[in-house]
Design a protein around this ligand. Structure first.
Ligand code: 5GP
Length: 180
């Protein structure tokens, strides 16, 4: 556990400028692909709040935005058991749904979200993720847009937390603790 009295450093993996450049590129692709569609963005809380805010502000296409909150993690370990904390409000029937996720790790969360959304009979479902930990997959899930692929590290920043901390960092990195 990290608390405010501990010293730590964050080893940066993705710099703020690099992130913003990539998001602009991904947003441009999404705008192109959804030009004539009925786009509903479903942002997965809490982790995707910063990514989604930057992504949608770069979009050049009409869309509505909804939110879902699910949880499978305690500390740095996936529990593999999904819980819906707060569901979406939009009627997704016939809509083109784009799930916006902070990170895909085992794929269990995205797999669960896809089956939840499928039951609402949308016209299409795609996933746009900020970080893709491809090497950690337990479920095969489609990732249609991703900003960065990464290894099997636990990272924080740009919306991603460790025990509620570090979400506000404008970059992504690994925590290095010292001076305990
Ligand atoms: P999955 O179900 O794919 O294993 O995990 C998805 C969720 O796990 C993400 O939405 C995120 O909340 C959490 N998660 C997975 N890897 C990391 C990580 O490296 N850092 C943080 N902060 N959360 C992670």
């Amino acid at each position: 556990m990290i608390n405010s009295k501990q010293n730590y450093t964050v080893e940066i993996l993705f710099q703020e400028r690099q992130i913003q450049k990539k998001i602009f590129e991904v947003s441009s692709k999404v705008s192109q692909d959804y030009k004539d569609k009925d786009l509903v963005i479903v942002a997965v809380l809490n982790g995707s709040f910063i990514f989604c805010a930057d992504l949608v502000r770069n979009l050049d296409v009409r869309c509505s935005i909804d939110f879902i909150q699910v949880s499978s993690y305690v500390g740095t370990q996936s529990q593999g058991k999904m819980q819906v904390i707060s569901g979406f409000k939009e009627d997704l029937t016939g809509k083109d749904v784009l799930i916006v996720e902070d990170i895909v790790d085992t794929g269990i969360t995205l797999d669960f979200l896809i089956s939840e959304i499928s039951s609402k009979k949308p016209n299409s479902i795609k996933a746009c993720v900020f970080l893709d930990k491809k090497c950690a997959r337990k479920k095969e899930v489609p990732v249609n847009y991703s900003c960065f692929e990464m290894g099997n590290d636990f990272v924080v920043g740009y919306g991603l937390d460790y025990s509620g901390f570090f979400r506000q960092l404008p970059y992504v990195g690994r925590i290095k603790e010292f001076g305990k």
